[in-house]
Design a protein around this ligand. Structure first.
Ligand code: GLN
Length: 453
């Protein structure tokens, strides 16, 4: 199996650019270790013999870890992230490090220093390359193209769910704190959460179990046992209530998105659920609040890339320390990353802090309260994952606001730290995949998985 996937990874690299580095030996080595364990009659882990892709935001010992940036090019960590270590301990093997938007900032994979990922999907009769979504676009493209059966993703504002929707796969972001952030390159620490991407709900459930668990090395890690989600999967939704948030019915939403939403409602009713309308009144403020909070945290987190400790160092002749910082950061960060650092430092600066950052934090609290209100009536929420199917590469590249709007349905759950999943829900008129999102109560991944099954 490892050989077969290694061959697929190599064969598709030129066409899709899904991987930044391939590690075929690691995949084979893990497979051999599983064989040896099986021969010795030892118990096998949950991911035994499964070769996976690792988003290049997870530190992997001795293997280049770049966050798709020039500033980390050549950086080989001395340590392994907790999540990747858990997956290796469960028997998975690494096929390689997957491409992504630089520092996970983006919705299309076009901000990667290593070139954009190309979705394996095409509109009929057209060869125009489509975006695989982002930031986990290497993960989504690789799974959709059968280069790996599963991959890690990270989700700060939708980076697991939106690429899953764009490529017809499944992706789940657990409750904030379930997966350790230790060894994950930080973007916005109060939002960043690792999760699982795979073809279907069952595979995501198995993988998420292997990734989850308390880690004393992450101060926001949840000290809770890992539930047996897979053993408790059930598609029977009798007695469950599903909420349809009316504020997600935004102006100008394509009729096709509305149609799959109605289809999703019908599926859930068939499975026995009762479907009711709910209201999340502050939804329209989620996107602006996210695009203040996330850049604010990013500007602070990215201060550590100074040319001293990691990766790139640009030291012009006769330069002093300040010159080196400036030259290194000017050369090392891409345009979108610089935009976020500028926005973040602006909203945190004296004089603007209360007007922007404090205000956004208050909005965040209101959004959490909205969800808690809805969850006093229903078990899970159903919404579209994204306001459109995959767009063409380049279509939104010059318009950051249009790009940010793609996250309109995914950021509210991120701000509230809730578990949320995108499942494939069919194709649009042009034959491109569309996704539906399920949002659950805190710690209720089971409810989300079961509704998605
Ligand atoms: N697209 C969003 C952003 O650019 C979300 C990214 C993410 O979840 N990492 O911030």
């Amino acid at each position: 199996v490892a050989d077969a996937f290694n061959a697929n990874v190599a064969a598709a690299q030129d066409a899709l650019n899904a991987f930044i580095v391939a590690t075929p030996e690691a995949a084979v080595e893990a497979a051999r270790a599983t064989d040896a364990k099986r021969a010795a009659g030892e118990t096998l882990g949950k991911m035994a013999g499964v070769p996976i892709g690792m988003k290049d935001l997870f530190a992997t010992k001795g293997v280049q870890t770049t966050a798709a940036s020039h500033i980390l090019e050549g950086f080989k960590p001395e340590y392994e992230s907790t999540v990747s270590q858990k997956l290796w301990d469960a028997g998975a093997g690494m096929l390689g490090k997957l491409n992504l938007d630089q520092f996970a900032m983006g919705s299309s994979n076009e901000t990667s220093y290593f070139g954009n990922v190309i979705s394996p999907w095409r509109r009929p009769g057209s060869n125009a390359p489509l975006a695989p979504g982002g930031s986990s676009g290497g993960s989504s493209a690789a799974i959709a193209a059968r280069l790996c059966p599963a991959a890690t993703g990270t989700d700060t504002g939708g980076s697991i769910r939106q690429p899953a929707a764009f490529t017809g796969i499944t992706g789940i972001k657990p409750t904030y704190g379930r997966c350790s952030r230790w060894g994950v390159v930080a973007f916005a620490s109060s939002l960043d959460q690792a999760g699982a991407m795979a073809h279907d709900v069952t595979d995501c459930s198995i993988m998420l179990e292997a990734m989850t668990g308390f880690d004393p090395k992450d101060s926001t890690s949840l000290d809770m046992p890992v539930p047996e989600w897979t053993a408790n999967l059930s598609a029977d939704l009798k007695g469950k209530k599903v909420g349809i948030p009316r504020e997600y019915r935004v102006d100008g939403m394509p009729a096709e998105i509305e149609a799959i939403w109605q289809q999703g409602i019908a599926w859930l009713k068939d499975a026995g659920a009762e479907v009711v309308d709910v209201t999340l009144p502050h939804t329209q403020y989620a996107l602006p609040a996210y695009y203040i909070i996330a850049p604010a945290e990013a500007s602070s987190n990215l201060a550590r890339y100074d040319g001293v400790r990691y990766g790139l160092r640009d030291l012009p002749d006769g330069a002093n320390l300040q010159d080196m910082y400036a030259a290194t950061r000017a050369a090392g960060f891409g345009a979108e990353v610089k935009r976020r650092i500028l926005i973040g430092t602006y909203v945190l600066s004296a004089g603007f802090y209360d007007a922007y950052y404090t205000q956004a934090q208050k909005v965040r609290t209101l959004i959490s309260h909205d969800f808690m209100g809805a969850f006093s009536e229903v078990d899970v929420l159903l919404t579209p994952t994204a306001p459109s199917a995959a767009f063409a590469l380049g279509e939104n590249a010059d318009d950051p606001l249009a790009m940010y709007l793609n996250d309109v349905f995914t950021v509210p759950a991120s701000l509230a730290g809730l578990p949320a999943m995108s499942v494939p829900a069919g194709l649009d008129a042009q034959g491109l995949p569309l996704g539906l999102q399920l949002i659950g109560k805190p710690f209720d991944e089971q409810g989300v998985l079961n509704a998605g099954l």
